[in-house]
Design a protein around this ligand. Structure first.
Ligand SMILES: C[C@H](O)[C@H](O)[C@@H](O)C(=O)CO
Ligand SMILES: [Mn+2]
Length: 420
């Protein structure tokens, strides 16, 4: 006896098949897609190394929702809860400040051993790990500059931290048998219009050259660099701009990270993927949702997300694109934030996989824009939800909003207890 979900799927399957879309094949492909879920949603980007440091670097988390993780064990337990409600096997994206160690260690002295508990846990859970040096929320970044700092000693500290981070990334990759992406983002910039825009960029370039001087097996670790248009306190000038990292990434064979919130407020990243794909071997995404600024709202199924999914699918970029998430919302249950954002990102990709791409491409090529528009619009109401529900059921995770009951129970039994 088939479940209701399976019955609806069978009906949907027939409809998609009329346009040559095999939904069983689509779901098999979807299973290969890994989303890198960011650990920092779980504790408002606080980390465990410097518990008294305020979040800095021009990023900000708002909200007072109870239950933020206070220890690595709590964070892992929350991540496990979230993953139990998300179909597929994925990755966890760690920041250096999430080292799980009793040692009093500074960022430039970090070693793989400080993340051993994470590695053991990831192995046990069948997860991959990605990594990021934390070039903010630190005594040595308080004037807003790190890798491009005019003081060579400060620069050296951050260079050493980034070097250490690549080694940690390589360890993750080697231990887990899944390539780790280590992404460098620095907040460096000026609040007001600078006189010299070139010198800080030259220093950043030299610092990056130093960091990447040592070759690391790309099967273990891939380096990425993340640009930004502006931040709080760096409104006038950001050293690591898009043009800077486009140039650096392409000439040095580094992944370029596109964060959805790091461009002009009306500018999306979806349209950039096809251009980057022609000049690079891969791309890193930080899927986020900017609202009027780089606000890092939880990812919803909005037009930009759907368009990102389409660009990945239509241009066959899923195998070479590392899809990471980057949002932090403390105004709602943090586990729910992960579940909503991650499920949506997978859904966005599935929705794109369920479009008649070949048909649409040939209509476009023949100049039949009427068919292109008609099909695109009609497919918006095709029963994509039935395929998604079936994918959830097949993967043993809650169908539709059923996951919320589990999050509410977890909140009551675990998260609210943390207040006591
Ligand atoms: C915490 C992240 O590294 C950070 O959000 C960075 O990726 C970014 O997007 C800064 O705006
Ligand atoms: Mn980002």
């Amino acid at each position: 006896m088939q479940s209701e979900v399976a019955q609806s799927y069978e009906e949907a399957k027939k409809l998609y098949a009329r346009h040559g879309i095999n939904t069983d094949d689509v779901l098999q492909k979807l299973e290969q897609v890994k989303i890198s879920m960011h650990c920092w949603q779980g504790d408002d980007v606080q980390g465990f190394l410097f518990k008294d440091q305020e979040l800095s670097g021009g990023i900000s988390v708002t909200g007072q929702y109870p239950g933020a993780a206070r220890t690595a064990d709590e964070l892992r337990s929350d991540i496990e809860k979230a993953f139990s409600l998300i179909p597929g096997k994925h990755k966890v994206n760690l920041h250096a400040i999430y080292a799980d160690t009793e040692e009093d260690v500074d960022l430039d002295q970090l070693e793989p051993k400080h993340f051993q508990n994470w590695v053991d846990w990831a192995k046990e859970q069948g997860l991959g790990l990605d990594f990021n040096p934390t070039c903010f929320s630190h005594e040595k970044s308080k004037d807003g500059f790190t890798l491009s700092h005019p003081d060579p000693e400060v620069r050296r500290f951050w260079i050493d931290h980034c070097k250490a981070s690549r080694k940690i990334g390589a360890y993750f990759g080697e231990q887990l048998g899944q390539t780790c992406v280590t992404n460098i983002w620095v907040p460096d910039g000026y609040k007001d219009v600078p006189v010299d825009r070139l010198a800080p960029r030259r220093r950043l370039k030299e610092a990056l050259d130093d960091i990447f001087a040592e070759e690391i097996n790309p099967a273990f670790n891939l380096d990425a660099v993340e640009s930004k248009l502006f931040g709080i306190g760096s409104e006038a000038y950001v050293v690591g701009s898009h043009e800077f990292y486009m140039g650096y990434g392409i000439t040095n064979n580094k992944l370029i990270c596109l964060d959805a919130g790091h461009f002009h407020p009306m500018e999306g990243i979806a349209g950039k993927l096809s251009s980057l794909a022609l000049f690079t071997d891969g791309i890193l995404l930080h899927v986020s949702r900017p609202m009027r600024w780089d606000s890092d709202h939880v990812v919803t199924m909005d037009d930009e997300l759907i368009e990102i999914g389409r660009e990945l699918v239509r241009n066959d970029l899923l195998a070479t694109t590392h899809v990471g998430l980057d949002f932090f919302d403390a105004s709602i249950n943090r586990v729910a934030a992960w579940v909503i954002g991650t499920r949506n990102t997978i859904k966005g990709i599935l929705k794109a996989m369920l479009e008649p791409t070949d048909l649409l491409k040939s209509a476009e090529l023949e100049g039949d824009y009427t068919t292109r528009l008609a099909l695109l619009e009609e497919f918006k109401s095709y029963p994509f939800g039935a395929v998604w529900d079936y994918y959830c059921e097949k993967n043993g995770v809650p169908v539709r909003e059923e996951w919320l009951t589990e999050v509410k129970a977890y909140e009551k039994e675990v998260l609210l207890e943390r207040q006591a």
